[in-house]
Design a protein around this ligand. Structure first.
Ligand code: ADP
Ligand code: F6P
Ligand code: MG
Length: 324
């Protein structure tokens, strides 16, 4: 097959996520398998502006599928948010004869990819973020692993909470998106899940805890998405309303972004990385890649960045019903 691109580059940007390495590996190996040249840009858009990139070969992505983090490293780059920065990035790619770019990152990184695409660079986005906040994909790369980290932590907290008949307020990541809290909450039987997408009343949360303890529960878990506010404030609010449930707060923080990716994330990353290269080769660009009902899809990146991901109320209600 004649390829629409000959030389491509790949970068990882924004908050890293488990499975980014598996995605890089898939991009590099699919490209090489099809006779393309492929460059790895170091440190996201910052590296692009510094023209910091190296040619990748088969071995450069060996032994990384199982590793968290990203061998290309990541960065947050202010300069790239300006039109001048974006123009400079496009010129650097053109000067190197690179005719396709794959950006692995979250919503912010997708905004940057959209800008490059509008400047005529054939760009594809891969959803790499633990937040699961990208529309037109059911899952982002890293989300499943991050949910696993939270569930594992809640299991541990439950042990000690039950012994002492206490409750736990656990703050989890997700800048504007409650999905980590929702999925981890459902999977770990959390009693309350506080997310930015659903209004809540702390009086009701505290009352529910008090009632459940009186009815014989030995512990209670409240998951708080960081988009709602600080777990510590929620914890203090519960202490004021109902000190007998003895809440303790745990902020899981960046451990949610580390560790070996789950098989789900590795497979998702491998499929999406391969798909993005195939799309570029067949002349498709300016798309965000995703998975919907198990099928790989490419959606106009402009539409992806301008559409807010829908919150799964069905799962939220299920979690609430099951955690009585
Ligand atoms: P994530 O991709 O994980 O959401 P950020 O929101 O920090 O992480 O975005 C990563 C980088 O993407 C930013 O540091 C910046 O360089 C670039 N970026 C973010 N928003 C824009 C924008 N509106 N236009 C161009 N580039 C952007
Ligand atoms: O977007 C990914 C994310 O991990 C968010 O969940 C979190 O709010 C943010 O990045 C943390 O950013 P930083 O790594 O700059 O502390
Ligand atoms: Mg983001």
């Amino acid at each position: 097959m004649m390829s629409a691109v000959k030389k491509i580059a790949v970068l990882t940007s924004g908050g890293d996520s488990q499975g980014m390495n598996a995605a890089i590996r898939a991009v590099v190996r699919t490209a090489l398998f099809n006779g393309l040249e492929v460059f790895g840009v170091q440190r996201g858009y910052q590296g692009l502006l510094n023209d910091d990139m190296r040619q990748m070969d088969l071995r450069s992505v060996g032994d990384i599928i199982q590793r968290g983090g990203t061998v290309l490293q990541s960065a947050r780059c202010k300069e790239f948010t300006t039109p001048e920065g974006q123009q400079k990035g496009a010129e650097i790619l053109r000067a190197r004869g690179i005719d396709g770019l794959i950006v692995i990152g979250g919503d912010g990184s997708y905004q940057g990819a959209n800008k490059l695409s509008k400047l005529g660079i054939k760009t594809m986005g891969l959803p790499g973020t633990i937040d699961n906040d990208i529309s037109f994909t059911d899952y982002t790369i890293g989300f499943d692993t991050a949910v696993g980290v939270v569930v594992d932590a809640v299991n541990k907290l439950r042990d000690t909470m039950s012994s002492h008949e206490r409750s736990s307020v656990v703050e989890v990541m997700g800048r504007h998106c409650g999905d980590i809290a929702l999925f981890a909450g459902l999977a770990s039987g959390a009693e309350s899940i506080l997310v930015p997408e659903v209004p809540f009343n702390l009086d009701d949360v505290a009352e529910r805890m008090r009632h459940n303890f009186e009815a014989g529960k030995r512990h209670s878990i409240v998951l708080v998405a960081e988009g709602v506010g600080k777990g510590e404030d929620i914890c203090n609010g519960i202490i004021e309303r109902c000190p007998t449930v003895e809440p303790r707060v745990t902020v899981l923080g960046h451990i949610q972004r580390g560790g070996s990716p789950t098989p789900f994330d590795r497979i998702l990353a491998s499929r999406l990385g391969d798909f993005a290269v195939q799309q570029l080769m067949s002349g498709v660009s300016g798309k965000g890649c995703g998975i919907i009902n198990g099928e790989l899809v490419a959606t106009d990146i402009d539409l992806v960045v301008n559409t807010k991901k829908e919150f799964n109320m069905e799962l939220y209600e299920l979690a609430t019903r099951l955690s009585q």
